[in-house]
Unconditional design. Sequence first.
Length: 270
Amino acid sequence: MRRPLRRPAMRAVLDAAAIPTFSGPRQMAASAETISFLRAPGRLPPGRRVYAIGDIHGCLDQLAALHRLIAADFAARSTNSAVLVHLGDYIDQGPESAGVVALLSAGTPVPGITVINLLGDHERMLLDALDGDRAAATDWLWAGGKQALPSWGLDPDLPRDQWEAALPPAHLAWLRGLALTHHEGDYLFVHAGIRPGVPLVRQSREDLTTMRQPFLSTEQDFGMVIVHGHSSGPSVPIAANRIGLDTGAGIGGKLTCAVLQDDVVGLLAV
């Protein structure tokens, strides 16, 4: 069961302003000044804020722009502490896989905010390929690896057994250090989802990085609200048990960030 949190002072202000519930329209703001908040399906402890960014897929310019929006919002609305969670899939599809990894492996992109970077299925395929899995190498090349390798200045036809030596060691160390999950208040952050009916401690790496059905269609109460990416769409689904933040960056869509605080959620997108 979700642990009840102290009713925040912000709640009374939002009640007075008649903020719509999370079942209402999801407006994605293009600036920190225009962000609007909906009642969220979960709560965070008072004074804690989470920024959660969906699948990036090599879209360095969009990521840098979204980080600027986060910095502006963080400066404009003070809070006790904040964390930025990237939900995985940093590479493939878009033009700047190497640039995204270089940016995030260099440290926090928003001063004053702790950063958590989660493992996505595209990073998992690459890492499995580097560990000798030939099927994973084939899958990764098909899923966008042939576009990602040139972003590191490498031939897309470079033999698999040469990838390890050719990729920057700092980038490889960062990829190998990505986390599978992160927990804040009522929320569990994962890349893809969880397998319904399976305790969290028994969720496999495959589940957490590739799950779609039956996770996306179930109305099961997981005991936590799952914040995830992986399954793309033009808008952000906000249900009682999940929030999906993959809005198609890398295939012509937006890059989206959920702003979670107290028991409300807002959306920033570029």
